[in-house]
Design a protein around this ligand. Sequence first.
Ligand SMILES: Cc1cc2nc3c(=O)[nH]c(=O)nc-3n(C[C@H](O)[C@H](O)[C@H](O)COP(=O)(O)OP(=O)(O)OC[C@H]3O[C@@H](n4cnc5c(N)ncnc54)[C@H](O)[C@@H]3O)c2cc1C
Length: 351
Amino acid sequence: MIKTDILIIGAGPTGLFTVFEAGLLKLKTHLIDALPQPGGQCSEIYPKKPIYDIPGFPEILAGQLVDNLMEQIKPFNPGFTLGERAETIEKLEDDTFLVTTNKGTQHNAPVIAIAGGLGSFEPRKPPIPNIQDFEDKGVAYIIRDPEVYRDKRVVIAGGGDSALDWTIFLADVASEVTLVHRRNEFRGALDSVEQVGELSKLGKVNLITEAEVKELEGGDHLTAVGIKHKTKGDIRLETDYFIPLFGLSPKLGPMANWGLEIEKNAIKVDNSYDYQTNIPGIYAIGDVNTYKGKLKLILSGFHEAAIMCQSAYQRIHPDKKYVMKYTTVGGVEGFDGTKKEAKKEVVKAII
Ligand SMILES: Cc1cc2nc3c(=O)[nH]c(=O)nc-3n(C[C@H](O)[C@H](O)[C@H](O)COP(=O)(O)OP(=O)(O)OC[C@H]3O[C@@H](n4cnc5c(N)ncnc54)[C@H](O)[C@@H]3O)c2cc1C
């Protein structure tokens, strides 16, 4: 049985930063994530995409942000249960919680911080009968590493930001890029729509609208797609990759069965105070929660983590009064080891 002070479900940016905030308060943390690596959406969906709205970083790649967070929490030595989904939460007689994963690993803590983001997010797939046969053999729903497509022929499908942005990006990487969309109008940013139009005029992107990919051909790997055009009939296009970018359908998964108040596929929390759910001792922070005015952004998760940890401290140590201090001053006391060594750690952690 793994025992800790705050058990964090979800090792996305919010969960990772919770380790830091808890560590400053000398609270131990352990993270569970269904994915095999930490970082949540940043690692799984867009590790190579730049982010522009992290305070203090004019531009940072999502993967780099995760690396930095991992570096920042190193001094607090959190535990990880990766590649396992938190399946059940049980309240024990001593007022602590028992969380069991789908692989049977048990975790015990007086406080649970749910930082489960979108839950288990699944890509929306186009209705092509044999599409599963080509997954990882030419069909991808998420672009993790654009270098995979260097000098290859790529067919992208979709009409939103993701489809437009990757079409623009891959125009300089792939040997041939085709964007297929079932309407003439796109849902993405106007600037991106214009850029794709320009690239099409320059012959750098093959734009096929009012059309849908309906068939996939190949053996061990995809070799061609069959496209149905509204007026021109059937088009067969040889390609190495087919990437339908129709968005992700969020599924709360097991979290929906934990007796928590759910609204619009998210967990309702008290944002007037500490992001606690309807079950005392269980908090929900980051993309997974909802309240009036909620912004699903990384910086919101960071803020919520800081507030939540203060409340968790009071719950774990009802007899102690914690006075908030800045990391350079107060944080020194929050680390293990001697004061001097701890100070070094703090400086490392906040650089
Ligand atoms: C394409 C794209 C671009 C974006 N760009 C930006 C941007 O520029 N700036 C910005 O601020 N935000 C951006 N976002 C949003 C940002 O990624 C999210 O706000 C952020 O990832 C939320 O972090 P989180 O830790 O709360 O959740 P997530 O990153 O979703 O992490 C949640 C983790 O919980 C895990 N989990 C869920 N349920 C369980 C369970 N039962 N057991 C175990 N693990 C579980 C998941 O596997 C996941 O790893 C973007 C999102 C996308 C999709």
